[in-house]
Each structure stands twice: as C-alpha cells, then as structure tokens.
Design a protein around this ligand. Structure first.
Ligand code: SAM
Length: 269
C-alpha cells in the first residue's frame, strides 16, 4: 500500500476541515494513513492517494465520506471523566425546582459514556422510575459514535470509574455472547437519546437546557470556530444555566455573555 503523499494529505485535511472545522496537522499524517488504509481497500481502491482524491471530489457514495469523517474524529472518552463537573451537576440537579424537567445536553457525546454518567447521577439524585422529570440528550458529529452510544453496550473494563453502587443499580452484566460486557439498563436508556449534530453547522431542533457539557471538543478548533460553536450552543442554554467545557479548554477570550463561576463552569449571564 502506498504512503499518503503531500497533495492527498492536503486534500483530506481540507475536506475534513470543511466538514468538521478541525484542522489535521502534519503530525497526524501517519494516523490518517492508518485510519483510512482499510477503508480504501474496502472501497475497492488499493492506492490511498487515489482513494483520498476520489473522496474529496465526491466520486464515492456519501456513506464513504461519512465513514472517512468517522475514522478521523478522536473519540476518546470514559465514564465520569473530570469528576468535578459531576459534583457541580449533583448540586444543581438537587436544587432544581421539582416541578420543572431538568434537561442536560452532552454536546460531543462520542460513544455515550458522558451522557450515561450524567444519567446515572440524575437517576441517583432525582429518581428513575417514579422520580422527578429529567432527560439527557447526546449529540455527535460521527454517525458511528451515535449508533454505538445508542446501544449502551460497553466492555466491562470501561466501567472502572463507575461506582459499585451505580453498576449494581444502572447496569446489567452481559451473559452468554455478551460475557465481559455491560449494558446500560433499559430505564436509564429510556431517559437518554442520541442524534447527529455538527457543531460547525446550524443545530437540529433542540430544547433549552439547564446544563450543557461541551467537553474535550473545543481543543480542536481555532478561536473563530470556537467562538461560533460556543455562540451557537449557548442559544440552547437557559438563562442562568451552565456550560461545562473540558478543564483544559478556557472560554476566557470569547466575546460571549458567559460568567466563570468555578473552574470550567460558565453561567449564562
Ligand atoms: C474526545 S471526544 C470527547 C467526548 C466527551 N465529550 C468527553 O469529554 O469525554 C470528541 C468528540 O467530538 C466529536 N466532534 C468533533 N468535531 C465535531 C463537530 N464539528 N461537531 C460535533 N461533534 C464533533 C467527535 O466525533 C468526538 O466524538
């Protein structure tokens, strides 16, 4: 198999930037090669450079372009990542007026661990079956991630950060062909929905949220794209609601009505 050359790397980098807003740096060249190689072969093209140019020119069906984007996104995530946000969320959920539904959005939900961590916490604080109204919406650019998140099925070792109590209450241990996996219980899955949404484009219809998680995705964007994304996301945040970027993602130099109220916690002014 050939190596990805300068012109093909430029073409794929431009295409990915146009679609996702993320610029692939030169350091990602080997990664791009390894992630697209098999897809090229599966699409009947043994030369990765020809494959990339054909994708960029739209000579393959749309599914191939979707698969290219899916392979190039970085989907690393885990349950209860950055636990300070969950402590803040627990306080806000408990203080929320019981008569109003508490709505949370996981704005780059990847394979769903973030959305289900939120759901476990809300089930614990607000109740699950006959409890108070709450819901979690997950969205992601990657269709593969949205499908995987909707299944709610994970290798058992991914649950290391889930407490024994939550595992017992909200997860089912796989048996037979599902040995070694855990399934998020049906009642919890019923409160969580996933759909595709590209943060770089106008958003699909979404309600207003009390809390929005927008974590470990802004790092990939330059300042103008970040400003546009956070501005668009904030339109779905209730006045007084909070936005959580990742702890490594400052929103300090954005010109938006957001007030820092704690580390990586911003309130809609
Ligand atoms: C590193 S994961 C973060 C997952 C989770 N929020 C967390 O903090 O663990 C980044 C996610 O952002 C998604 N993403 C990248 N560009 C996006 C865009 N333009 N619109 C929506 N999601 C995007 C990727 O598909 C990926 O699943």
């Amino acid at each position: 198999m050939s190596h990805i050359d300068d012109s093909a790397f430029q073409a794929i980098s431009d295409l990915f930037h146009r679609i996702s807003g993320i610029r692939l740096t030169e350091a990602k060249r080997a990664l791009v090669q390894s992630r697209l190689q098999k897809l090229a072969l599966d699409s009947g093209e043994s030369d990765i450079n020809r494959f990339v140019h054909k994708v960029a020119r739209g000579e393959f069906p749309d599914e191939v372009r979707v698969q290219v984007v899916d392979r190039l996104t970085t989907n690393e995530t885990y349950f209860f990542r950055e636990p300070e946000h969950f402590e803040d969320l627990a306080r806000r959920a408990s203080a929320h007026p019981p008569s109003q539904e508490f709505k949370v959005w996981s704005g780059a939900s990847s394979s769903g661990e973030e959305a289900y961590s939120i759901a476990m916490l809300l089930a614990d604080k607000l109740g699950l079956n006959a409890g108070r109204g709450w819901s979690v919406q997950g969205t992601d650019l990657s269709t593969a991630m949205v499908e995987s998140a909707s299944r709610g099925l994970y290798p058992m070792e991914r649950a290391r950060k889930v407490s024994q109590d939550y595992l017992r209450r909200f997860c089912l241990r796989g048996e037979g062909p599902y040995e070694g996996q855990l399934l998020i219980c049906r009642e919890l899955r019923a409160r969580v929905s996933f759909q595709c949404a590209n943060l770089m484009q106008p958003l699909p219809p979404l309600p207003l949220f009390d809390v929005i998680f927008l974590r470990n995705v802004l790092i990939y964007f330059d300042l103008p794209a970040k400003q546009a994304i956070v501005g668009r996301v904030m339109e779905r945040l209730k006045p007084g609601g909070v936005l959580y970027p990742g702890h490594a993602e400052s929103l300090a130099n954005l010109n938006l009505p957001l007030k820092a109220v704690a580390p990586a916690v911003y309130q809609h002014a």
